[in-house]
Design a protein around this ligand. Structure first.
Ligand SMILES: [Ca+2]
Ligand SMILES: [Ca+2]
Ligand SMILES: [Ca+2]
Ligand SMILES: [Ca+2]
Length: 381
């Protein structure tokens, strides 16, 4: 008997899940920006560059550094954001400590989402191997222009998860000519700029750049973002960055609903349809929850089944999305059938809308879902 294609697809999903877990074991560095945090995972084939970068991280040299260059190509296309070389503390600009240059390791393509080291370039003694403290993140595919220039730029890590949403926000900030402050500030991004000589609140500062072990949002270090992390977040409600920076995911100084929403977004992004936040998408745990709430026409939450975020729970908009992702995170056919018993407090806490009484629409929806699943199965066989 040949293996149904459905299970092949499922096995592919599971193996990609495993490789994601392996990648998560590489060194993570967390950037705490004015628009929220994002994580970068360091590649393992750039050891010299990693050691150089981490030496600045571990020394705290990147505290209160800022993006001093937000560069566009000659045609105006956004290109990179660059930082690491300058800081701003107590209303004064300063230079980041600078150590000896590191040997170039140009083995990885400078694609969108990579972080690479900037170089001093000519007239440095050895322009190809002249990276010290400045880094940049590519906001577009820069392979053609960066992989060969001056021996190639060393891409040494990759922005994780939906971190590029934050990077793109930073990149979108209006740029000003600040060369009267420093010659390197020709493309200086400043938010809500008022020309009064005071730059507090205008520079795109990083309050810190630090090593981290858990992925952003994986507060309990389980390797995945689930309802247990939402519970951990609830336990820290009211915490301030000063005593619990891990929980303040959006870096707004408070641990509250906006951080919880960020976790839920992360779950929706990585496994659309995991309504009860247990790390997998299945029939009894998720599809049934959705069906229970079919017919909510306004203000539905993700946990109630509003998978596509349009405020209502319906078959075509939500159930279909969920069905497309059925099987994600399952580890065996038995768990596919197992009752999804994880009922966290988070679910009830986010389900503030009234749940409609079961009735005819529910039966209709159940048969609709069953029909969709049959179609899906038959199309895979
Ligand atoms: Ca977790
Ligand atoms: Ca927050
Ligand atoms: Ca689930
Ligand atoms: Ca919907």
């Amino acid at each position: 008997m040949s293996l149904p294609k459905f299970w092949i697809v499922l096995a592919t999903l599971i193996s990609s899940f495993d490789s994601a877990a392996c990648f998560a074991q590489s060194q993570l560095v967390r950037f705490d920006s004015v628009f929220g945090k994002f994580d970068v995972a360091l590649y393992d084939n750039t050891p010299l560059t990693n050691a150089n970068f981490l030496s600045y991280v571990d020394a705290g040299d990147y505290t209160n550094t800022f993006i001093h260059r937000s560069a566009n190509l000659p045609n105006g296309e956004p290109f990179v954001i660059q930082g690491g070389g300058f800081n701003f503390e107590n209303d004064r600009f300063g230079l980041t400590n600078q150590r000896d240059p590191v040997m170039n390791e140009p083995f990885n393509p400078n694609i969108r989402g990579t972080i690479a080291m900037a170089k001093l370039g000519p007239p440095a003694d050895d322009p190809e191997n002249s990276a010290t403290n400045q880094w940049f993140i590519s906001t577009r595919d820069n392979r053609e222009i960066l992989d060969d220039q001056n021996g190639g730029f060393t891409a040494f890590g990759f922005v994780q998860g939906d971190g590029m949403v934050i990077v793109d926000e930073l990149k979108a900030v209006t740029r000003y000519n600040g060369t009267d402050i420093h010659p390197a500030f020709s493309d200086l991004p400043l938010k809500d700029f008022v020309n009064d000589g005071d730059f507090a609140g205008e520079l795109l500062l990083f309050s810190q750049i630090v090593r981290t072990t858990n992925s952003l949002g994986d507060l309990d270090g389980s390797g995945a973002i689930t309802g247990a992390d939402i519970d951990a977040l609830y336990a820290g409600y009211g915490a301030t960055p000063a005593n619990d920076i891990e929980l303040d995911l959006d870096s707004d100084g408070q641990v509250n609903d906006s951080d919880r929403d960020r976790l839920i977004e992360e779950i929706a992004e990585t496994r659309l349809g995991d309504l009860n936040f247990d790390g997998r998408v299945d029939v009894l745990g998720d599809a049934f929850d959705l069906v229970r709430n079919l017919g909510i026409t306004e203000g539905a939450t993700y946990a109630q089944g509003d998978v596509n975020g349009d405020g209502r729970v319906d078959v075509l908009g939500d159930a279909f999305e969920l069905v497309r992702n059925l099987g994600f995170g399952s580890v065996s056919s038995s768990s596919f059938r197992a009752i999804d018993s994880y009922s966290v407090s988070a679910v009830s806490a986010v389900s503030t809308n009234a749940i409609p009484e079961p009735g005819t629409p529910v039966l209709f929806a159940l048969s609709a879902i069953a029909g969709l699943m049959n179609r899906r199965r038959s199309s895979f066989v």
